[in-house]
Write a protein that binds this ligand. Structure first.
Ligand SMILES: NC(=O)c1ccc[n+]([C@@H]2O[C@H](COP(=O)([O-])OP(=O)(O)OC[C@H]3O[C@@H](n4cnc5c(N)ncnc54)[C@H](O)[C@@H]3O)[C@@H](O)[C@H]2O)c1
Length: 302
C-alpha cells in the first residue's frame, strides 16, 4: 500500500462496522493510522436483536494489526452516545461514516407501517442522530468529513425496496444541504452508493459475482473522502468491484410556454418529446442554477 494518505491524528466513527462494508471501512481507516470507533448494534439484517460480538470482533482485528480502536454497541438511534464515546475515549471526532443499515424488502402493496418506519429509523433518523451529535464538534474545530451511504436502489429504484429507496435517496438530499451548510466551517459531506458482497446482498447476487464484489473494494473511496486530501463536497459516487464513478443530476433544456397566456395539457402532450429530450441537457449544481431556465422563460415573455 502507498502510505501517502495518512489519517494519524484523526478519529473516525464508522457506524454498522461490525461486518460487511462498515468492517472493511474501519479496518482500512485503521491501516491509514486513524483511531476508529467501531459502532455496531449487532442485530440481524432485518433489524432484530442485538449483540456486542460483531463490533468487538472488528476491534480485536484492528488491534491485532497494530491499530487503535474502541467498540460501541449503541444503536444509531442513540447517536449522541456514539459521539460521546469518541470524545470520552479519543477526545475528538474528525470523520463520520454513516453506514449502519437494515433491509425490510417487500413490494409496496404488502408494505406494513413497521417495515417503512424501521427502515426510515435506522437509515435516515439514525444517520441524522449521529451526524447531528457530531456536527457542533466538527464546526468548532472548523474541519470534518461526513460520508453517507446511499444506494442505487434510491437513485434508480428497485423492485421491492420502496422503503429502502426512499431512505437511501433521502440521505443524498441530506448530503446536498449539509455540504452547503458545512463548507464555510470546513466540513465536507459526500455520499456513496456502494455494491458489495455482504450478508445484505447474499442470495440476491449470483454467487460468482458476490464473491468478486469484495467489501474491501468499496473502502478506498470512503477513506479518500474522509481524508484532508479530498476537497470535494456534495458528491455522490457509485462504487464496487474495483470501480468508482461520480453521479450528477441531468435535466433536459425543457420547453418554455408563455406564462401570461398559460398553457394546456394538450400543449404539454404536443411538446412531450422536447420536454424529455436530453440532447442539450444541463447539469445544475445548485438550486439557483436550477432556476436559470425558468427565469429565462419569464424574461423572454416580459
Ligand atoms: N452491500 C451492498 O451492495 C449495498 C448496496 C447499497 C447500499 N448498501 C448500504 O451499505 C451499508 C452497509 O451494508 P452492508 O451491505 O455492509 O450490510 P451489513 O448487514 O453487513 O452491515 C450493516 C451493519 O449495520 C449494523 N446495524 C444495523 N442497524 C443498526 C443500528 N440501529 N445501529 C448500529 N448498527 C446497526 C448491522 O448490525 C450490520 O453490521 C448499509 O447502509 C447498506 O444499506 C449496501
Amino acid at each position: 500500500m502507498n502510505d501517502s494518505l495518512r489519517l494519524d491524528d484523526k478519529v473516525v466513527i464508522v457506524t454498522g462496522a461490525g461486518g460487511g462494508l462498515g468492517q472493511a471501512h474501519a479496518l482500512l481507516f485503521a491501516r491509514h493510522g486513524a483511531r476508529v470507533v467501531v459502532n455496531d448494534l449487532g442485530g440481524s439484517t432485518h433489524g432484530e436483536g442485538a449483540s456486542t460480538s460483531a463490533a468487538d470482533r472488528v476491534v480485536a482485528q484492528i488491534r491485532e494489526a497494530g491499530g487503535t480502536a474502541v467498540a460501541n454497541h449503541d444503536s444509531v438511534s442513540d447517536g449522541q452516545r456514539i459521539v460521546e464515546q469518541a470524545l470520552d475515549t479519543f477526545g475528538r471526532v474528525d470523520v463520520l461514516v454513516n453506514n449502519a443499515g437494515i433491509l425490510r424488502d417487500k413490494t409496496f402493496h404488502k408494505m406494513e407501517d413497521s417495515d417503512w418506519e424501521q427502515v426510515y429509523q435506522v437509515h435516515v433518523a439514525g444517520a441524522y442522530k449521529v451526524t447531528r451529535a457530531a456536527w457542533p464538534h466538527l464546526r468548532e474545530q472548523n474541519a470534518g468529513r461526513v460520508i453517507f451511504t446511499s444506494s442505487t436502489s434510491g437513485i434508480y429504484g428497485n423492485f421491492g425496496q420502496a422503503n429502502y429507496g426512499m431512505a437511501k435517496l433521502g440521505l443524498y438530499g441530506l448530503t446536498r444541504t449539509l455540504a452547503i451548510e458545512g463548507r464555510k466551517h470546513g466540513i465536507l459531506v459526500n455520499a456513496i452508493a456502494p455494491t458489495g458482497g455482504t450478508r445484505m446482498t447474499e442470495g440476491l447476487l449470483p454467487p460468482q459475482v458476490f464473491e468478486q464484489l469484495k467489501p474491501e473494494l468499496v473502502s478506498p473511496l470512503v477513506v479518500y473522502l474522509g481524508s484532508e486530501q479530498c476537497q470535494d463536497s456534495g458528491g455522490l459516487y457509485e462504487v464496487g468491484g474495483g470501480w468508482v464513478g461520480k453521479v450528477r443530476w441531468e435535466r433536459s433544456l425543457g420547453v418554455g410556454f408563455n406564462p401570461h397566456e398559460g398553457f394546456s395539457a394538450e400543449d404539454v402532450a404536443a411538446n412531450w418529446e422536447r420536454i424529455s429530450d436530453f440532447a442539450d441537457a444541463v447539469h445544475p449544481r445548485d438550486s439557483l442554477e436550477a432556476l436559470q431556465q425558468m427565469m429565462a422563460n419569464l424574461q423572454k415573455y416580459q
